[in-house]
Design a protein. Structure first.
Length: 352
């Protein structure tokens, strides 16, 4: 028995010495040109697939056929994913094919995966493979539009990817999502130049979490941010178009009607409309954006982020959102989305 123990100890010491030599003297050839030893690629790929299937939780999958969600995912995929995985009917570059491991073409990458598993991969990334994690922790919701686009690829129903270059034409690049795409992205025409500028700065320095926007802003030259804010802004600092006189009573409930949740405050938290105003009356807080006519899905997402502490920077909003239920959030988002906008136009028809 003693000899067996000594033999095992000796083997362990030799193994440790060999491993130390490999690491310390750089004996392992890390050249991608040399590739892996036979069988190593199979072991790594099998480990990857089994690890994803083990860890991808059973989760509620949103409607992945929503055109707005697919379009948003396509816009992000076009700049963040195409360099490695290319696009349907578009071959990968020679440089991408020279990586180890080689990133699969998108049509191959999505084979044999369920939507929840694709979501896990998109959000978590894969170590030592070149597949990055989502840029913003806590924004699992943002990975679903990418999955929606991938599922459209699987059905051979994917839209043509946008081609606007963020370096050559930053305005056209931003219109990829903030032009025709509704749903999860905000209507920028309801925001002021100052609000858009502050948001872009927060995305750029990472204080406002959004993997999609943090990537987009990192693609755009910093010198273009001020002009982008000016281009997309649709309101003045006052909250209405110049020359308009808002009617404070225009959005109040009629006689006998119950006051909407947005107009109810508490001793500790004022009513939403006190700061954000209504469609025809500006709020009392000049730093609070107008919400009337804003996209419903976008408002729901942002309220959840405030409630969960993922979005921060405004203590009043953090306090106001803490006690909101999912039903409250849905009611508030629906109410604000249906209010007339400060410009006097009807709410976005895509929300009907």
């Amino acid at each position: 028995m003693r000899h067996v123990v000594l033999t095992l100890v000796a083997l362990a010491v030799l193994g440790l010495a060999f491993a130390s030599a490999v690491v310390g003297f750089g004996l392992y050839n890390v050249s991608a040109l040399a590739g892996h030893f036979p069988g190593v690629s199979w072991v790594l790929h099998s480990t990857y697939r089994n690890a994803v299937k083990l860890r991808a939780p059973a989760t509620e999958v949103p409607d992945l056929t929503d055109p707005d969600m697919i379009a948003l995912g396509a816009g992000h995929y076009a700049t963040a994913c195409v360099p490695c995985h290319a696009a349907p009917e578009v071959p990968r570059t020679a440089t991408a094919r020279a990586m180890v491991p080689e990133p699969p073409a998108i049509t191959e990458a999505i084979e044999d995966w369920e939507p929840g598993e694709l979501h896990w991969v998109v959000y978590n990334g894969i170590k030592m493979s070149g597949m990055p994690a989502w840029p913003a922790a806590g924004r699992e919701d943002e990975a679903w539009p990418v999955v929606a686009y991938l599922e459209a690829v699987r059905r051979d129903a994917a839209p043509v990817l946008p081609e606007a270059s963020p370096r050559e034409d930053s305005t056209a690049y931003c219109r990829t999502c903030h032009g025709d795409v509704g749903g999860q992205v905000p209507r920028l025409d309801l925001l002021t130049q100052e609000e858009i500028g502050a948001a872009l700065a927060a995305y750029r320095d990472g204080t406002r979490p959004s993997g999609i926007m943090q990537h987009a802003v990192s693609e755009v030259p910093e010198a273009d941010l001020a002009s982008l804010a000016e281009t997309f802004a649709g309101r003045t600092r006052s909250g209405t178009e110049t020359g308009q006189d808002p009617d404070p009573a225009a959005s109040l409930p009629g006689e006998g009607e119950e006051q909407p949740l947005a107009m109810r405050g508490t001793r500790d938290v004022p009513a939403c409309t006190a700061c954000h105003g209504t469609g025809t009356a500006a709020g009392e807080d000049p730093g609070a954006p107008a919400l009337a006519g804003q996209n419903r899905a976008y408002l729901e997402i942002q309220l959840r982020l405030w409630r969960e502490g993922i979005r921060q920077g405004a203590p009043k909003m953090s306090a106001a959102a803490q006690a909101l239920t999912d039903g409250d959030i849905a009611e508030l988002a629906d109410w604000f989305s249906r209010q007339p906008t400060p410009q006097g136009s009807a709410p976005d028809a895509r929300q009907e």
